[in-house]
Design a protein around this ligand. Structure first.
Ligand SMILES: [Zn+2]
Length: 103
C-alpha cells in the first residue's frame, strides 16, 4: 500500500493584464483602445472609427475611463468625433517611454 506521491505542480499565476481593448458601444466590437494622457483619455475604436476624449481624474485607469466613456455615451453627453484616416498618423505616436540618456 504505497501511496502514490503526486508531484504538485506549481501553479504560476499570471497576473491578469488589464484588458487594453474594450467593447465599442456603437459597433459592438472589442476594438476600443484607450490612451490616457494626464487627465484626458483618448478613446478610439479601431473598427468603426469612433473617436472621443473624456476627462478623467489622474487616479483613473483605462477601465475607469472606459466606464465613464460608456456612461457618457449612453447619456448622449459625448461628442463623438470620427477618426479620419488623416488622423491615424497621430495614433502612432510613441508615448510614455521617453528615456533620456544623460551624457
Ligand atoms: Zn466601434
Amino acid at each position: 500500500m504505497g501511496g502514490k506521491r503526486r508531484k504538485r505542480t506549481k501553479i504560476i499565476r499570471v497576473k491578469p493584464k488589464l484588458p487594453k481593448t474594450f467593447e465599442c458601444p456603437r459597433c459592438g466590437k472589442v476594438s476600443i483602445s484607450i490612451k490616457r494622457k494626464e487627465n484626458i483619455a483618448r478613446i478610439s475604436c479601431g473598427s468603426c472609427g469612433l473617436y472621443t476624449e473624456v476627462e478623467v481624474p489622474p487616479v483613473f485607469d483605462e477601465a475607469n475611463a472606459y466606464a465613464k466613456f460608456i456612461d457618457m455615451y449612453l447619456d448622449g453627453r459625448l461628442q463623438i468625433k470620427e477618426r479620419t484616416n488623416e488622423n491615424t498618423e497621430e495614433e502612432n505616436e510613441i508615448e510614455g517611454k521617453s528615456e533620456e540618456i544623460p551624457y
